[in-house]
Design a protein. Structure first.
Length: 292
């Protein structure tokens, strides 16, 4: 009888814990998705519909938030009058360019650190990752001064170099763990067959491809969402979506409709990218977690 009472108590406690867990998940989903939904709906509303709210306490009136005539006027204005097509293209070029340079250089450096033993290797590795620990504002002024001397301010190559400065140490640190997880016997077999060191590296790249893809996405996210570098170093001819969106907030007028539309343009590509490669992201980020 006592054991049955204990089982019933544990069963009741488990149901309470499970219900609390589901409530937390539901609240978290609402907290996360609701702002995105409001932003998307507001981008399709005119100014009158956007500020039409139900009275306080009228929960039945919430359905009125979804009663409006959709319009794409805000999106059309962004691309025709505010040059957002240029800013969108700049964001793509900077994000993909920085990610590609960081992955190529980072993969070669990480492979060297993983396969070659030399004096001071651990110190060099720590120095590389320590450069990533510095906050962006700490290196912004020196980078701005250097870029001004070489005429890279306000250019897309300058912005790509600035992003690579922060992405490359992170790439070396992460990709070294991926290469450490690949048995050296595979490269030895390739070199016994007559392959060079570079050809042996190419032979194991498919094994670390999920990890490289995962880091590639992280680089793209960092460059795509960056505001400080794009505002200071990229000001002028290399403006991207985040600073272009902030420019819509003016002292005399805050253009809410266009701000919401610009938010959708900035958020949607990264959300779609995450949904497309989410399986590879999980595989890649857990590749170096277990050592054999």
């Amino acid at each position: 009888m006592a054991s049955r009472e204990v089982l019933q108590y544990r069963s009741a406690s488990w149901r309470v814990v499970r219900a609390a867990g589901w409530l937390f998940i539901a609240a978290y989903v609402v907290w996360t998705v609701l702002p995105i939904l409001i932003m998307f709906l507001s981008s399709l509303k005119n100014l009158l519909d956007a500020f039409r709210l139900p009275p306080v306490g009228d929960w039945a009136g919430i359905v009125k938030l979804f009663e409006f005539k959709p319009t794409f006027a805000h999106y059309v204005t962004l691309f025709t009058d505010d040059h957002f097509s240029t800013y969108f293209l700049n964001s793509i070029i900077c994000a993909l360019g920085s990610a590609a340079v960081s992955v190529v250089l980072g993969a070669m450096a990480a492979y060297s650190l993983s396969r070659i033993d030399f004096r001071g290797k651990s110190d060099l590795f720590f120095w590389i990752i320590s450069t990533r620990m510095a906050p962006v504002v700490a290196v912004l002024v020196p980078l701005f001064t250097i870029f001004r001397l070489v005429h890279l301010n306000g250019t897309l190559p300058g912005l790509i170099v600035a992003y690579t400065t922060f992405n490359l140490p992170f790439a070396i640190w992460i990709l070294t763990g991926f290469f450490d997880n690949v048995p050296f016997a595979i490269e030895e077999a390739a070199m016994v067959d007559g392959c060079t060191r570079l050809q042996a590296l190419r032979s194991i790249l498919p094994l670390v491809a999920p990890g490289i893809a995962a880091f590639l996405v992280l680089c793209v996210l960092f460059a795509w969402n960056d505001f400080i570098f794009a505002s200071i170093i990229g000001s002028g001819g290399a403006k991207t979506l985040p600073p272009a969106t902030s420019a819509l907030v003016q002292p005399q007028n805050i253009q809410w409709g266009k701000i919401m539309a610009a938010g959708v343009l900035t958020t949607l590509p990264m959300m779609l990218l995450g949904l497309v490669i989410r399986r590879y992201m999980v595989t890649g980020l857990t590749m170096g977690a277990v050592r054999e």
